[in-house]
Design a protein around this ligand. Structure first.
Ligand SMILES: Cc1cc2nc3c(=O)[nH]c(=O)nc-3n(C[C@H](O)[C@H](O)[C@H](O)COP(=O)(O)OP(=O)(O)OC[C@H]3O[C@@H](n4cnc5c(N)ncnc54)[C@H](O)[C@@H]3O)c2cc1C
Length: 325
């Protein structure tokens, strides 16, 4: 018996969500008294894969077939199932990110495994196998017991505080047996957004809400984000009225993030927004209304006009940067 985790890389770096899933797999393996193994498909940087040892992965199986770089859910599912069978994995851990949402249910069907979609905590294993997940946008939690022998856990990104050690994983070349015929889709072209930090991977996020008044005022948010090397985010109504693109929308119906710092300008802090950001380490809220609910969740609050405060923050940050060089 073992626990296996699916690993993804982006531009030669293992994704933050995969490192978190690997940590989850390693901690689950400890609870079950077994080892945690990773499966990596396509192009990866070997040194990055070795670093998975830091979160408790003993071995990485790597099928380097570059065809896996094209995101083909059928082929990837088949490969994960082949790897799981080969190491006799009873538990498969997959990050419930955009890709994981497509893969995890397929793996679960192929393995006849019970699945928890959107796990938020390690399993309880003392009596059965029960995994917690959020329901009703984080207002309640459900403890879901998986009764099947094989189990798939799709982990909500940015929910765990990982502990990092100093170990190295061994990398083993592995053939998943996936053939060219298993790749049934071809990506003809990819248009990548460049020069911006990926929201779910970001450690610093500057976000704006309806209090920013209009898209013409986003310059200060973008400037602050650029200066800090942060990603930009927004509340849902802002994306709904097309002030900002939907891939920036955080919350219950958007992305869940867990950065070290979340700066929220002109956002009220409705429960549906908080559902996506309340795992942030430090929350800074800028709002004109002292009664705004976000102040209750904030570590630091500025009671003021975001259109005035943000340019001052940019100025202060620039001074701080030049003084520390
Ligand atoms: C099923 C469902 C799912 C939802 N999912 C999401 C979700 O995923 N994400 C999400 O964000 N919302 C979501 N919502 C919407 C959510 O309930 C709130 O309506 C939304 O978050 C409010 O956005 P806002 O804070 O930008 O706007 P508002 O509620 O209009 O708040 C604007 C805030 O800005 C402040 N303000 C005004 N002027 C200034 C200024 N000059 N400077 C500083 N502060 C100022 C105001 O005091 C106010 O607090 C969902 C709602 C439902 C029903």
């Amino acid at each position: 018996m073992s626990v296996i985790v699916y690993i993804e890389s982006n531009e030669n770096r293992v994704k933050k969500t995969s490192i978190e899933a690997a940590f989850y797999a390693a901690e689950t393996a400890k609870l079950l008294g077994t080892e945690a193994i990773a499966i990596a498909l396509g192009s990866h940087d070997a040194a990055e894969l070795e670093k998975l040892g830091n979160v408790g992965i003993s071995k990485v199986l790597h099928d380097s077939n570059v065809k896996f770089d094209q995101f083909d859910t059928r082929a990837i599912t088949k490969a994960i199932v082949a790897a799981s069978t080969s190491v006799n994995a009873d538990v498969v851990v997959i990050s419930y990110n955009q890709n994981g949402k497509a893969i995890a249910p397929r793996v679960s069907v192929r393995m006849k495994a019970g699945m928890v979609a959107g796990a938020t905590a390690l399993p309880y294993t003392s009596a059965g196998f029960t995994v917690r997940k959020n329901v009703f946008s984080g207002k309640a939690m459900a403890n879901v017991q998986i009764l099947t022998e094989k189990k798939v856990i799709a982990l909500t990104p940015n929910t765990l505080q990982k502990v990092v050690g100093v170990n190295t994983s061994t990398i083993e070349a592995f053939s998943t047996g996936v053939s060219d015929a298993d790749f049934t889709t071809v990506i003809k072209s990819v248009e990548k957004v460049t020069g911006t930090v990926s929201l779910t991977e970001a450690e610093l996020v500057v976000s704006g809400g309806r209090g920013m008044k209009g898209p013409e005022n986003w310059g200060a948010i973008e400037e602050l984000a650029n200066e800090m090397g942060a990603a930009t985010a927004c509340s849902r109504p802002v994306a709904d009225v097309h002030w900002r693109p939907h891939h920036e929308h955080v919350g219950q119906t958007g992305f869940t993030i867990r950065p070290n710092l979340y700066i929220a300008a002109g956002i009220s802090g409705a429960i549906q927004h908080l559902a996506g950001v309340n795992g942030s380490k430090v929350i800074v809220v800028i709002n004109t209304d002292l009664e705004a609910p976000f102040f209750k969740a904030a570590d630091y609050g500025v009671n003021g006009d975001a259109l005035v405060v943000l340019p001052k923050l940019v100025e202060a940050y620039k001074k701080f940067k030049s003084a520390s060089h």
